[in-house]
Design a protein around this ligand. Sequence first.
Ligand SMILES: C[S@@+](CC[C@H](N)C(=O)[O-])C[C@H]1O[C@@H](n2cnc3c(N)ncnc32)[C@H](O)[C@@H]1O
Length: 268
Amino acid sequence: MTAIRSVRCLPFLLLLLALVLSQCAGPLPSPSITPAATASPTPEPPTPAATGDPYVARRLRMVEETMRRRGLKDERVLAVMAKVPRHEFVLPRYLDQAYDDHPLPIGYGQTISQPYIVALMTELLQLQPGDKVLEIGTGSGYQAAVLAELVGEVWTIEIIPELSQQAAERFRRLGYDKIHTRVADGYYGWPEEAPFDAIIVTAAPDHIPQPLVDQLADGGRLVLPVGPPGGYQTLWQLIKEGDEIKAFNLGGVRFVPMVGAGQRGSAP
Ligand SMILES: C[S@@+](CC[C@H](N)C(=O)[O-])C[C@H]1O[C@@H](n2cnc3c(N)ncnc32)[C@H](O)[C@@H]1O
């Protein structure tokens, strides 16, 4: 009887053994994966101990209070905003305001943009790691540095030579060696390097510069403020799809005006 009962129980015992073994087994070893060129891991937020940077806590607070709380969601952009040292891009007398959410003077009548707007415009560019990006209005170089953390190479144009030179020196000092600078009227873009996957304009023209639209790749994004100097300006996101341009109105903003012959409608 005992032997018969054991035989009857055998399938049950085998099942039980299989279950026990499967619980004891560890997770399958993960294959060693080399990240593809297009992989876009979210950068780790910095810690003061790791960087020796006393501004880390202020940057993290800036991201939480002025960006995430106001609806920005792209974790890669937020991590970069928590990483790029904005205090390196402001004039020494404004160091204590480097992480406040407002623009600051950078000389020559120009400003470094408000951090929230930098993050918003960067998010709207929908960047992928391999993208080619053009910025019009280098200014301090802060926006270009943010872009360079997200993509391979950045081309940035500034019309005021002194600002362009100062920004280039900052890029060298901070190790941003994939940012290409040029002194020119950015209205005309950078045709030799076109097409671009994304173009950002950080000074407001009173109309959309056609050369920038022409220099967008298919699927490319153009983010820019448009409106009269000192008047009501609108932030636009344009997306090129074949011969079509889709335009999205993101609401009112205030930027310094785009200057130069292109914007005035004069010949280059
Ligand atoms: C708001 S500031 C730029 C802020 C800058 N992106 C930063 O991160 O500091 C606008 C910049 O656009 C520049 N600008 C104005 N018109 C321009 C033009 N036609 N071409 C290139 N730069 C221009 C100004 O000289 C100024 O430095």
